[in-house]
Design a protein around this ligand. Structure first.
Ligand code: C2E
Ligand code: MG
Ligand code: MG
Length: 584
């Protein structure tokens, strides 16, 4: 170094000695050549025995990596700067000075290093807080849709409730659920399901943005969130008196029910929305959300693709259903369910030889206190609470076993066909076909002796149902369209359904002999069905006059109280014996 440079260096050191920055100069072994008063102040409490001749030794227990960092510095040329964070509080909880130090190391030459120490406690705290805030936000954000999640909804609602006196609570909650989301997941896979959920979120967000643009004070959405799975919540802020919330619900439905395009598929989803407008009696976010979800379930039960405004009677019904669900579970366990059979009789010559052409299996619940509960009162509950699979299997297995027993006992006089009802939820279950196959196998039942009955509205549904029906048919099973005339599909759609039999609903048959209009409808149904090689059954035949009309209209078979009410297994056998006796 020249004299001039030396002088400048000395002056720099002097300057650095004075500045309010903790500064020291060390060699590559950590030996301290120089340290200013601030550095001494920071380091002194950390030196084990008050010795401060080597920085590495002083900081060894706190920052063992320091020596290695210095050694790792690139060879002689160039100035290198590195920063090391020294967490003191972590190692010495009793330490009262700064809790975190930062050491910035500047390489002067091969042997000399300048070290700047600073109290980084504040920075570390700030970083900690930011991290905590981020974690906190993450706990309120749904990972898939980036929407606020259930916790965020509950907090926002509770805040809104707490901030307004009961009479001034001006908001509404929309609880939105996709009607058959599980089916989409099962049929197209979870990735497609996720894509649809993200699109739903985007459509809801758009509806929030649109409302902001219009600035509608009457029904401005405040928050759209993913509550769980396929459940979303929209909170509306502003004077919401039923109607406003209902019109938002209608608009939301229209937006959500536009087709979803994923990987070349066009998937249509329907939604149900429950609306709740808070009143003075509900000061709890969870209660409000529960009521909104009860209203949503009512909308779904009414067929879905609609909204329902909560009213307290819905809560009572929900509680009753909840009770019934528990009882139904018990009934399945305790075998309080059993199957009865209604004969299906041939009406035309060639069909008329057997006493019963077939038998329809109908489930019965014998409740220990309430007596016999009819299926329409519990099939829906079984569907909703996921019991329909077990229930359906129980019916199918019992019916096939009983049918095979008749076959053994009655020989040619046994019914040739066993009809068993399938419900909507069973058809959406991906495992159905395999289970049917297993039951056929275990009971020894011939597939073509089994007829599964589906309702008209069900069969008219989308590709998934159609595919499931084709899979069932591929097993060799027959399919019947139940309650024909009550659903949406018309005669002109019949050819699109893979069914062998059309069952004409009781509401037509019961007027066959008194209403020309109904008579014509039955006649047309029989003609179209026959032209498609399907056969027909008239349901609910109660009088000889009705029976005469349907026979005249070439209906193949009849079922109804005129022939017999549904009977237990042994009673059914006795009924056959009686028919044979009368025919003899
Ligand atoms: P469905 O399949 O159309 O069955 C015919 C229903 O009409 C039966 O009622 C039967 O008792 C009744 N019925 C038969 N003949 C007459 C008649 O002459 N007059 C009158 N008024 N009614 C008659 P049930 O057993 O109460 O069953 C009602 C519905 O519940 C069935 O309609 C079917 O959709 C469903 N269901 C019954 N058992 C099962 C089952 O095991 N699984 C499923 N998923 N659904 C079932
Ligand atoms: Mg049926
Ligand atoms: Mg029917």
């Amino acid at each position: 170094m020249t004299d001039k440079a030396n002088e400048a260096y000395e002056t720099l050191l002097e300057f650095l000695y004075m500045v309010p920055v903790a500064l020291l100069q060390v060699n590559d072994k950590g030996a301290i050549d120089m340290l200013n008063p601030m550095a001494a102040q920071l380091l002194m409490p950390l030196a084990p025995d008050g010795r401060m001749d080597n920085l590495f030794a002083v900081l060894e227990p706190l920052a063992p990596e320091l020596a290695a960092t210095v050694h790792d510095f690139a060879p002689p040329s160039g100035v290198v700067c590195e920063s090391v964070r020294i967490d003191i509080g972590h190692v010495r909880p009793e330490h009262h000075g700064p809790q975190v130090l930062s050491a910035s190391i500047l390489k002067l030459d091969a042997q000399r290093f300048m070290v700047v120490l600073a109290d980084a406690t504040r920075d570390a705290e700030r970083e900690q807080q930011t991290l905590l805030r981020e974690l906190n936000d993450a706990a309120r954000i749904d990972g898939l849709t980036r929407m606020p999640n259930r916790s965020a909804v509950r907090e926002t609602l509770q805040r809104m409730i707490d901030q307004a006196p009961p009479e001034a609570r001006d908001f509404a909650v929309l609880f939105i659920n996709c009607d058959r989301f599980k089916q989409v997941n099962d049929s197209f896979g979870n990735a497609t399901g996720d894509h649809i959920l993200r699109t739903i979120a985007e459509r809801l967000r758009q509806s929030l943005r649109r409302a902001d643009l219009i600035g509608s004070s009457q029904s401005a959405p405040q928050m759209a969130a993913r509550f769980s799975g396929d459940e979303f919540v929209v909170i509306l802020d502003g004077p919401q008196h039923g109607e406003h919330a209902a019109s938002v619900a209608r608009r939301t439905l229209a937006a959500l029910e536009l087709p979803y395009r994923v990987d070349g598929h066009e998937i249509v989803c329907n939604f149900s929305i429950g609306i709740v407008v808070p009143d003075a009696s509900r000061a709890d976010a969870d209660m409000l959300l529960q009521d909104a979800s009860i209203a949503m379930a009512e909308a779904k039960r009414a067929g879905g693709s609609r909204h329902a405004l909560f009213d307290p009677a819905m809560r009572e019904r929900a509680q009753k259903r909840g009770g019934m669900e528990a009882e139904l579970r018990q009934a399945l366990l305790n075998r309080h369910l059993h199957v009865v059979y209604q004969p299906i009789v041939g009406l035309q010559q060639e069909e008329g030889r057997r006493p019963a052409a077939g038998a329809e299996a109908l489930v019965r619940w014998h409740h220990p206190l309430k007596g016999s509960i009819p299926p329409p009162e519990f099939i829906g509950i079984a569907e909703e609470c996921g019991l329909i699979g077990i229930l359906g299997e129980f019916v199918l297995e019992s019916a096939c076993a009983d049918f095979m027993d008749w076959k053994r006992r009655l020989g040619p006089d046994a019914p040739a066909l066993l009809a068993v009802n399938l419900s909507r939820a069973q058809l959406t279950d991906a495992g159905l076909v395999q289970r049917v196959q297993q039951i056929l196998h275990s009971t020894g039942m011939a597939p073509d002796a089994l007829q599964l009955e589906i309702t008209e509205s069900l069969a008219a549904q989308d590709d998934i149902v159609q595919q499931r029906l084709r899979d069932l048919k591929a097993l060799g099973i027959k399919l019947a369209l139940d309650d024909f005339g009550t659903g949406y599909s018309s005669l002109s759609c019949l050819h699109m359904l893979p069914v062998d039999t059309v069952k004409i609903d009781r509401s037509f048959v019961c007027q066959a002999d008194i209403s020309p209009h109904h008579r014509v409808l039955i006649e047309a149904t029989v003609r179209v069905a026959h032209s498609l090689n399907m056969n027909t059954v008239a349901e609910g035949v109660e009088t000889p006059a009705q029976a005469a009309v349907i026979r005249e209209l070439h209906c193949d078979k009849g079922q109804g109280y005129l022939y017999s009410r549904p009977l237990g297994k042994d009673q059914f056998q006795a009924w056959i014996a009686e028919r044979l006796r009368l025919a003899a």
